[in-house]
Design a protein around this ligand. Structure first.
Ligand SMILES: NC(=O)c1ccc[n+]([C@@H]2O[C@H](COP(=O)([O-])OP(=O)(O)OC[C@H]3O[C@@H](n4cnc5c(N)ncnc54)[C@H](OP(=O)(O)O)[C@@H]3O)[C@@H](O)[C@H]2O)c1
Length: 254
């Protein structure tokens, strides 16, 4: 039996990478998905592909930094599919790179508003919808950067993503009694446009792969399978967890 049968999810960052892979996997497991990101054509193509394969999907393009967009996504989930069970707040940006002293306030705000404020806004509207449903699963895509490692040049990214882990823990404490579980996934390197931006030459990629105990980076589909675990009843007693899915990059020292 499909593990997300009759469930409804919002997936942000669904136009690419981990979000697109997770939306496909959720849909193949019986979940109706609301696809979110700024690029409309990519979202609509994915919605058509999911429908063609017998799943249910609807696309709404927008910017996760906008409060009205967070609200509109939840309204769409309710109006089109009857409610909301899963919020995968995954949209993210590396933002401008460089040591903290080289960043402008605009650079800093850009990373913080997309990654951290975007996650807060998602949760702000998703939690009440899950309360109406009698429970749910909120999942944030954080990263190892700023949590187990401090890669150089990633000050704003690290701060925004580590902030998400703090937000996640308080949400988990606040809403455990309402059967709303809240967790974060902390990937290592992933083969996506963002991963290729962070390692943009064969030498840089080989260096990044070598940092992982498994001597490779992950596919977006591997991360999606861990997100499915957090979304489904397989993780029914897991809340408040920052879950490493990092090929051992956090523990490796060779
Ligand atoms: N790749 C890695 O190595 C890696 C490692 C650890 C964690 N992560 C995290 O994994 C998540 C997914 O990234 P990915 O690797 O799949 O990269 P990706 O393929 O570049 O996807 C990023 C997604 O975020 C969306 N997005 C960015 N800014 C947005 C905004 N302001 N409003 C709405 N959507 C926005 C993008 O869509 P639009 O451009 O269409 O808006 C895109 O769908 C991110 O949170 C990232 O920080 C990635």
């Amino acid at each position: 039996m499909p593990v997300l049968e009759n469930k409804v999810a919002i997936v942000t960052g669904a136009s690419s990478g981990v979000g697109a892979a997770t939306a496909r996997l959720f849909a193949s497991e019986g979940c109706a998905v609301v696809l979110a990101a700024r690029r409309k054509d990519e979202l609509e193509e994915l919605a058509a592909e999911i429908s063609h394969n017998g799943g249910q999907a609807v696309a709404l393009a927008g910017d996760v930094r906008e409060e009205a967009y967070a609200e509109a996504l939840v309204d769409l989930a309710k109006n089109r599919f009857g409610g909301l069970d899963i919020g995968f707040n995954n949209a993210g940006t590396l933002g401008p790179m460089g040591p903290a002293a080289s960043l402008s306030l605009d650079d800093w705000n850009m990373a913080l508003s997309t990654n951290l404020t975007g996650a807060f806004l998602g949760a702000k509207y998703q939690v009440p919808a899950m309360e109406e449903r009698g429970g749910g699963s909120l999942i944030f895509t954080s990263t190892i950067v700023g949590h187990t490692v401090g890669f150089p040049g990633m000050a704003a990214y690290a701060a925004s993503k580590a902030g998400m882990v703090g937000l996640m823990k308080v949400l988990a404490a606040d809403h455990g009694q309402q059967a709303i579980r809240v967790n974060a996934i902390l990937p290592g390197g992933i083969d996506t446009p963002m991963g290729r931006e962070a390692a943009d030459t064969p030498e840089a990629l080989s260096f990044v792969e070598g940092l992982h105990a498994m001597k490779r980076i992950s596919s977006p589909e591997e991360i999606a399978r861990s997100v499915l675990y957090l979304a489904s009843d397989a993780s029914s007693f897991t809340t408040g967890t920052a879950m490493l899915v990092d090929g051992g990059v956090s523990i490796n020292r060779t």
